[in-house]
Design a protein around this ligand. Structure first.
Ligand code: SF4
Length: 367
């Protein structure tokens, strides 16, 4: 059993000190200025797997293009994906789009106002539902994100692995019983998340300036570097992708991913997948290309770049790009291939690894 150091802490004392600190140290993000649940929803979904700095321009572009749930529901999935391009984890965009359509049909276009209804939206888990409920509607729901887990583990003395579901349940109970301020749900949730990001950071927490240091378990027991405990690690499968990029100086042939694999509905290039790492021999590329169209080329015509890698939640994609520069691509007028101008690549959605290839200046793109 974990040893809980904080047992007699007055319930509001932590909250009072935290809120006072937060009043002097707010983090001004664009979505904090609003109570609009739609805007808060978009920001929370973006921030699920993206850091604030990287996510902010996407948030601003997204709410500018789709200012309300009706506008998002009326858009095509391709339009939504195009705005999401480069952000990764496209299932988030797909879920937003599906949920927007559901809000229009089942909730008359009005964003749901209860925790349970918000939780029923696709892509919204307990943490996101609690955040939207408190920020938009001031419902007394405590948010337990990674920052909050760290703060509670250190301050309270929670010494079990914080990555398990059982721990999340236990931490939620501790948070609700000993820390959460139901009279100020929105301010408390925002303050504790910002506190975790600014002071009680993963590495080198700033305990000297900490407003709740006097009753912090980790500080007293010299455990600020060992808490929180994280044991459960994700096992990822390696996949080796070999992209055959049939291109001219200005255009390339793309393929829309239709199968029920990763990156469904996004665009990448004709692909060979292997289970072993290493570069493919030229004859393999030649026969792959010739299955699509008769083209003769020499080894020197191929330009091989990579490997580039992209981490997904349960997979690691290691990609090599075999660029074949041709004077024209007319012979590849076949179903499933789409000829796009490379300088317009931001208009269609591609996986991050393809985005990296397209932004590689050494490939003389956009000339
Ligand atoms: S004293 Fe340090 S470890 Fe404890 S809550 Fe404050 S910043 Fe975090």
């Amino acid at each position: 059993m974990a040893t809980f150091y904080v047992s007699n802490m007055p319930k509001h004392s932590f909250s009072n000190r935290l809120l006072k600190w937060h009043a002097k140290n707010p983090r001004p993000h664009p979505w904090k200025k609003t109570k609009d649940p739609y805007h808060i929803w978009i920001s929370e979904i973006i921030l699920q797997q993206t850091k604030v700095e990287a996510g902010t321009p996407y948030y601003l572009r997204f709410v500018k293009s789709f200012p309300n749930v009706t506008a998002l529901a009326a858009a095509s999935l391709d339009e939504v994906y195009a705005l999401w391009s480069g952000l990764g984890y496209y299932s988030r965009a797909r879920n937003l789009h599906e949920s927007a359509k559901r809000i229009v049909t089942e909730f008359d276009g009005i964003f749901p106002t209860t925790y349970e209804d918000i939780l029923s939206l696709k892509g919204v888990g307990p943490y996101t539902a609690a955040a939207i409920s408190s920020f938009a509607f001031d419902l007394p729901t405590a948010v337990l994100d990674g920052n909050v887990k760290r703060v509670i583990a250190r301050h309270h003395g929670f010494e079990k692995d914080v990555m398990t579901q059982a721990s999340s349940k236990e931490l939620t109970q501790i948070l609700e019983q000993d820390y959460f301020d139901p009279k100020n749900p929105s301010s408390f949730n925002q303050a504790i998340m910002d506190f975790g990001a600014i002071l009680c950071k993963p590495k080198q927490p700033n305990c000297i300036q900490c407003p709740v240091s006097k009753d912090c378990f980790a500080l007293k027991k010299n455990k600020t570097t060992t808490l929180p405990v994280r044991k459960a690690s994700i096992k990822r499968k390696d996949r080796y992708f070999h992209y055959i990029v049939l291109r001219t100086e200005t255009h390339a042939l793309f393929k829309k991913r239709e199968s029920k694999d990763i990156w469904q509905h996004l665009y990448d290039f004709p692909l060979l997948e292997t289970t072993e790492k290493g570069t493919l021999p030229t004859p393999t590329i030649t026969s792959f290309v010739n299955e699509m169209a008769e083209v003769s080329f020499k080894e020197d015509d191929l330009r091989i770049t990579g490997p580039k890698s992209q981490l997904l939640s349960h997979q690691r994609i290691i990609a090599r790009f075999y660029s074949l520069y041709l004077t024209d691509l007319d012979m590849f007028n076949i179903e499933g291939l789409h000829l796009f101008e490379l300088k317009n690549s931001s208009n269609f959605a591609v996986p991050k690894i393809i985005d990296l290839y397209l932004k590689d200046k050494s490939l003389y793109l956009f000339s």
